[in-house]
Ligand binder design. Structure first.
Ligand SMILES: *Cc1c(COP(=O)(O)O)cnc(C)c1O
Length: 417
């Protein structure tokens, strides 16, 4: 959460006249600074690249903005690949990290020229049949145990992702023998980690693997450190220090690789860290209810932002114009879905909220609009981009009732059959 929003009550009131709440707004300046700092922190590495995890914010204007700053896309499905291509992102700027992958999805990734990141040994044959063996291939590693993981990810031996060490060796050797020219290894062993030591520890694990693979005559061209950095959702949490992380990884790199005459490119696939703190859901207070508890009703609901309902996730909420008012009421802030978990906050100390107040739900820039849905006939809300010059642009309109009918193509062959 932030104490300093990049907009004021007057700004929000003006926007609300143009576009009714709820809507998302993304802060371009915040996203730009985040990406600039990331590239600075890893500028020592030749070929360093961030592949933005599309699932976090699958919004074309955001993908284009990130691409203009040198980011590629990390895609987990064929539609994500197609969306990236339509945004002008293709070839080795797409990392395709999928699991339980269908042949059509391999073909979509291959046609885009994407780097394919294989989740399992058995996928080699499926991929080969679907699209052949590409020149560049990556394999996903699951070490079984990893000291620096966190609760969200759980133990690696409980994780469905990646290959064991012997499988990984076999996969890479097989791919090399079948003609793959450039090989990489990928691992994602934490989620939402605020530990500055996570990436250095992951790098140590994967660099050791690279050295072992050399002994087996498998030479890696890149290592994909994937995503997993967290953001401070809670007021008492502190953001990670990306420069300390870059420096920590550099030390391990120099010690283990440079010292052995090895140079390889590092990739990342962060999502949450890049956009999470820079997206806000704006919603208007529309009612108060006093029964056994105090409720504040708002015009957004869990169908706009699912994280609190789904994981009990904390999102800090600011009432515009009342930032410094004492938080002397305790309320539940709720939406209108016919589901009792449709609550953005439970027992939250807040300043006194009146109808018409604009509430800012913070840290909604990743897995926010992306996880929106249509329950109770709710229409997914608009997305706006706050540019560096202070102007605001709608980058996705709200759905309309016609969108519900747009998929009912009663003339299709399938329906007739
Ligand atoms: C979800 C995911 C990411 C991004 O994770 P963040 O926590 O948003 O950084 C990257 N790579 C893969 C394969 C993922 O599944």
């Amino acid at each position: 959460m932030t104490d300093r929003l990049p907009f004021t009550l007057d700004d929000a009131k003006r926007w609300r006249e143009q576009c009714p709440t709820p809507f998302y707004i993304y802060d371009e300046a915040g996203i730009r600074k985040c990406v600039t700092d990331l590239y600075k922190a890893f500028s020592w590495n030749p070929g360093f690249k961030e592949y933005f995890a599309v699932k976090a914010t699958p919004t074309p204007a955001i993908l284009r903005l990130l691409h203009s700053m040198g980011c590629g896309c990390d895609c987990a499905s064929a539609p994500e690949v197609l969306m990236s291509r339509r945004c002008g992102i293709q070839g080795s700027e797409i990392m395709f990290s999928s699991n339980e992958t269908r042949p059509v999805e391999y073909r979509a990734a291959h046609e885009a020229g994407a780097i394919i990141n294989l989740d399992d040994l058995t996928q080699i044959e499926i991929m080969e049949k679907a699209c052949g063996i590409p020149e560049t291939v990556c394999c996903r590693f699951n070490p079984g145990t990893f000291r620096n993981t966190n609760d969200i990810m759980g133990h690696q031996y409980d994780s469905k992702f990646g290959m064991t060490r012997p499988q990984l060796f076999e996969a890479l050797r097989t791919l090399r023998d079948k003609g793959a020219k450039r090989l990489g290894v990928h691992a994602m062993l934490a989620s939402c980690s605020l530990d500055n030591g996570y990436y250095p520890a992951l790098a140590r694990e994967l660099f050791a693997l690279a050295l072992e693979l050399r002994k087996a005559d498998v030479h890696l061209d890149f290592i994909d450190l994937s995503g997993g950095l967290g953001i401070p959702y809670q007021p008492w949490e502190r953001p990670v220090d990306i420069f300390a992380i870059g420096e920590g990884v550099r030390k391990v790199y120099d010690e283990m690789l440079t010292a052995n005459g090895i140079s390889l490119s590092l990739f990342m696939e962060m999502g949450r860290y890049i956009t999470g703190p820079y997206g806000y859901l704006l919603t208007t207070a529309i009612g108060k209810k006093h029964i056994y508890k105090e409720y504040i009703g708002v015009d957004a609901s869990a169908s706009d932002l699912m994280r609190p309902a789904m994981y009990g996730a904390y999102h800090h909420i600011t009432v515009l114009g009342k930032e410094y008012a004492p938080a002397d009421t305790t309320v539940d802030i709720v939406g209108s879905l016919c589901e009792n978990n449709d609550k953005f906050a439970v027992n939250r100390p807040m300043p006194a909220i009146e109808d018409g107040d604009i509430l800012v739900i913070q840290d909604a820039g990743a897995h926010g609009h992306a996880m929106g849905y249509n329950y109770n006939g709710r229409l997914r809300c608009a997305e706006m981009l706050l540019s560096e010059d202070g102007s605001v642009r709608m980058i996705r309109r709200a759905e309309t009732i016609d969108d519900y009918f747009a998929t009912l193509d009663v003339d299709s062959e399938f329906v007739r059959a």
